[in-house]
Design a protein around this ligand. Structure first.
Ligand code: DC
Length: 196
């Protein structure tokens, strides 16, 4: 059985939490594709060479969740050769037996345009900045908000695979939703399509 759920959206909208909850609920494997870009950025050196030589163990580095790793990831993610080098890893993951959830920016549009369910999870920049700031405890709220806005602009404006909802994606705005309510809505959307 193959079933692919593609979850896209900006930083700190709730993609990760929702993806993990869906994977748990339906017994699917989960890949946070942002980690691939974070790992490439964190390795330093030539990002294209780093992307081509990426191995799964690189995703286990403990420092990948920091604001600076996110910033570096967003920069190298604008390079078409880096994106190209990471395509097959993601598609292989999506095609595995037993079902897969992938979250990122271009899963529904570029990596898995044939995904069975596509969600675009979003929230206002202020809400996302507050979540990120509370979670990381780094910098001031204004600094984090500024980074959220800069990163959104870079991810949306890049020429190659910009962040945008696929035409057939369902939009899930989590600004006014609790985590539990957002998860419940996502489960409802998947359950309407998935017959075990
Ligand atoms: O989801 P995240 O914050 O971990 O992602 C870090 C950066 O990686 C993000 O700013 C853009 C890039 N990214 C991407 O371009 N495509 C993806 N599928 C996932 C992440």
């Amino acid at each position: 059985m193959r079933f692919t759920i593609a979850i896209d959206g900006p930083a700190a909208a709730g993609k990760g939490t929702i993806s993990r909850a869906l994977a748990r609920k339906f017994g699917f494997k989960h890949l946070d594709t942002g980690l691939l870009y974070r790992a490439v950025g964190a390795k330093g050196g030539d990002p294209v060479a780093m992307a081509r030589s990426l191995v799964p163990a690189d995703l286990d580095r403990p420092d990948l969740r920091s604001l600076s790793a996110g910033e570096a990831a967003s920069r190298i993610a604008a390079l078409p050769e880096v994106r190209q080098a990471l395509v097959e890893f993601q598609r292989d993951f999506a095609r595995q037996q037993g079902g897969a959830v992938l979250d990122g920016r271009d899963i529904g549009t570029v990596i898995c345009p044939e995904a069975d369910v596509k969600l675009f999870v979003t929230a206002s920049p202020e809400t996302r900045a507050l979540r990120r700031w509370t979670e990381l405890g780094e910098g001031t709220f204004e600094e984090v908000l500024d980074q959220v806005r800069t990163r959104d602009a870079r991810d949306m404006d890049r020429a190659d695979a910009p962040m945008r909802p696929a035409n057939d994606a369902k939009i899930l705005d989590t600004t006014a939703l609790s985590i539990d309510a957002a998860i419940a809505r996502a489960i409802e959307i998947v359950a309407a399509r998935y017959v075990p």
